[in-house]
Ligand binder design. Sequence first.
Ligand SMILES: Nc1ncnc2c1ncn2[C@@H]1O[C@H](COP(=O)(O)OP(=O)(O)OP(=O)(O)O)[C@@H](O)[C@H]1O
Ligand SMILES: [Mg+2]
Length: 1078
Amino acid sequence: MAKMEVKTSLLDNMIGVGDMVLLEPLSEDSFINNLKKRFDHSEIYTYIGSVVVSINPYRPLPIYSPEKVEEYRNRNFYELSPHIFALSDEAYRSLRDQDKDQCILITGESGAGKTEASKLVMSYVAAVCGKGAEVNQVKEQLLQSNPVLEAFGNAKTVRNDNSSRFGKYMDIEFDFKGDPLGGVISNYLLEKSRVVKQPRGERNFHIFYQILSGASEDLLNKLKLERDFSRYNYLSLDSSRVNGVDDAVNFRTVRNAMQIVGFMDHETQSILEVVAAVLKLGNIEFKPESRVNGLDESKIKDKNELKEICELTGIDQSVLERAFSFRTVEAKQEKVSTTLNVAQAYYARDALAKNLYSRLFSWLVTRINESIKAQTKVRKKVMGVLDIYGFEIFEDNSFEQFIINYCNEKLQQIFIELTLKEEQEEYIREDIEWTHIEYFNNAIICDLIENNQTGILAMLDEECLRPGTVTDDTFLEKLNQICATHQHFESRMSKCSRFLNDTSLPHSCFRIQHYAGKVMYQVEGFVDKNNDLLYRDLSQAMWKANHSLIKALFPEGNPAKINLKRPPTAGSQFKASVATLMKNLQTKNPNYIRCIKPNDKKAAHIFSDALVCHQVRYLGLLENVRVRRAGYAFRQPYELCLERYKMLCKQTWPHWRGPARSGVEVLFNELEIPEEEYSFGRSKIFIRNPRTLFKLEDLRKQRLEDLATLIQKIYRGWKCHTRFLLMKRSQIVIASWYRRYAQQKKYQKIKSSSIVVQSYIRGWKARKLLRELKHQKRCKEAATTIAAYWHGTQVRREYRKFFRANAGRKIYEFTLQKIMQKYFLEMKNKMPSLSPIDKNWPARPYLFLDSTHKELKRIFHLWRCKKYRDQFTDQQKLIYEEKLEASELFKDKKALYPASVGQPFHGAYLEISKNPKYKKLKDAVEEKIIIAEVVNKINRANGKCASRIFLLTKNNVLLADQKSGHIKSEVPLGDVTKVSMSSQNDGFFAVHLKEGSGAAGKGDFLFSSDHLIEMATKLYRTTLSQTKQKLNIEISDEFLVQFRQDKVCVKFIQGNQKNGNIPTCKRKNNRLLEVAVP
Ligand SMILES: Nc1ncnc2c1ncn2[C@@H]1O[C@H](COP(=O)(O)OP(=O)(O)OP(=O)(O)O)[C@@H](O)[C@H]1O
Ligand SMILES: [Mg+2]
């Protein structure tokens, strides 16, 4: 089973000790070991009292989830494991509930996690404070100001890939309910020298790389930029890409954040234009050009870049070009113009770039402030978050490091002051005696730097303002004179002989023993950087720009507002702003986050003892613990103490009725804790030694075990007793149920026996009676049944026609009738045409009408055929009779037949009467001519054809010469026995004659005619009507004919036809005549 863990104190399941105050024994080693042990277990936060020590894990930890936020919400500081959320919650609640302005001071060296910590604090506060559309917008704007400022003010350094190169203090303002109203950001000294030059392995500010990587082609064109980093002198190329950082994606995030914060599109565009101009300024190069007066003058090598910058920023090219070549010095009423040499021109260019960028940055902060400022004038509660650059020690430390480290000195100072003050105040509040403890106070170092008369900053200012030649060396000389005797100042040239032989200290440097270690500063550039001069010609050129943002950045360029007074130096400005900050912080309740960097490799899981030890030392953490423990190591409100330890004493366990303080008194007396080990404050118990606390904790743990056993014992006893009671109750219930059951059984047995006896007697009696009754009833029933049957028959007979049983048939018949009627009516409408050859016939509507439908179709067809026939005249009738006859004779037998169907039978093709040539022939034939036609007669001997006129009359067949009309043969129809023909498509036919008849002397005739079917048909019909005998018509591809005495076989073969449809005959031999048909 998963162990349920409910934390009620920091002391539960602690790894090492969660609060260094409880460390026993307290030494540097144990301190570091404790940090390390916790770090190895991913516990990166440890308390020193109310101070949070945070070690950068260099990896994402799952301890910032919304669930964690909920866990820490509204819980007391010591209730849960140390966490930055606990500190944020404490600060927020005391702001909201006790109306105390808060400040959260985050310190530590570069890369220790200050910026991350500040963001965590802000996101926690955002998560727990009020909700609602308006509040959410304020929160979102406050949170989104971070990515914007980081893009412009952070850069990759050797110590930190996202190092803040400016100091930031943000006041978040709340109303009386604790809802955020807005905020104010102050920025401190941007490291602007980075714009023009970056140390090895470092980058320029992120925004430059973000634009080049993330801007669209279109935007790049508008900004006149190219994507290639190597095109720009101001970008360091050896480390232009940072591992795990996608500049392009970040660019989108920044633009999105700008939108949320409230930048208008045109403002964003202007900002990007200024950034582009700065980048392009770096590409302007100068060359020397000798002048007549022997002086060197610088000239711009390639004006293209200058032209583009001017186009981008709306500056007059000639004005800017002049500003790079001349310098005008104005003193009182005089104006002197001198030329710039190449070195001066480069200086001017870089000064302009630095100024443009740093002013743009300050403008950004002002602009963001405008967006996030509280809209109401009600009284606000304030929570300040300070994330300022950490203490820096580089190989070459310059003015910037000096300023940064000065700031850290001040913060350390305020830390010491406030921690001690708070501790002291608590003792006074609680009425406990205060004991003084020794600690290193860095006020002396602050004094070395900021003293108004002898401080390094004062001297630097003095040097800058002094007339005459001023160099970094004269400044160093001055330092050597004035500060030589200071304990924390070291210089080779100082009068103090201590460092005369210190070769590690070059002549051009001075060294300061900061609270965090010794730092050697290169004096070169101090004067320049402090002066922070921008030639007036340049600022005027900028003011003249046709670009509202650039114009606004250089108000001093306005000739109308010319101010001959020197502007305050960078050093004095910074000193003043730090002083204001300190004053501001002193009015607030401080909360500390001390960030520690575990290694120099930016790597997770590595804990470098030496590095941590160094930081612990200079941060004075051990002293912090000592101060906290001075007198009393541990303190706790009486209520909490009693709640935690009440089980250690019989009087207080389980409930103490009186006031918590007396409960604790009773408890401590009972436990016999020596009186010098603790002290009673007003609301808290103060425990002098951590050992006492741990003893209490041990006792508590032991007691908890005993209590657990006791609880177990009582629980087990209770469980067994309950079980016994339950079983006893169950036993009684079971016994009673069983008894009842047994009695019931017995009773039922007796009851059923008596019922059996009773029932026998009653049964006997009843049966007797029943028999009698049954008889009577039967008699009655029989009569009734007979009557009923009789009546039934009568009634049925009468009412049969109304019976339901008939209804079916009736309905069936009716329906059938209806269907039939409908069918016939429909058929009437759908009748096909009267043409006998029309094949159409409507579809059958019902299956059962199938045969009727077919029959109807047949009848209809017969009927329309009859109708058709009835129209015929006698002549037509005759023609059709002939056609019918032809069909019966030849259909499906002779291939020629189908072609003849459509041809009408004319009979007299040859009009003999009209042709005078045939007058004689006409006269010779008395009877009506049935056929007069020219046929080919085939010669019996050789098969050759000769034309003959073929005449058929009622009694004879006549053959006449075609030319003369002279009759050649005459055969009475009675002599014609048979007509033979092939089954094929030819017009060949043989006319067989009766043997021995007059005409048969030469033998049978062979003809070929174009109207074979008609001729054969008419011959058949005429013969039938004349002789009352059917003429035999043989259809065969091989038949015999009689030529004189010979029987010759006529055989039809398929062959090529030379003369159309006329078959060619060939007499092969005595027995065979071959007819070639097509
Ligand atoms: N709580 C944390 N969890 C995970 N990673 C962290 C945490 N704190 C810091 N880091 C990592 O360490 C890096 C450096 O932290 P950060 O930028 O906060 O340092 P800094 O103290 O602000 O340094 P500088 O003084 O240079 O601005 C971060 O970019 C992040 O990768
Ligand atoms: Mg930072």
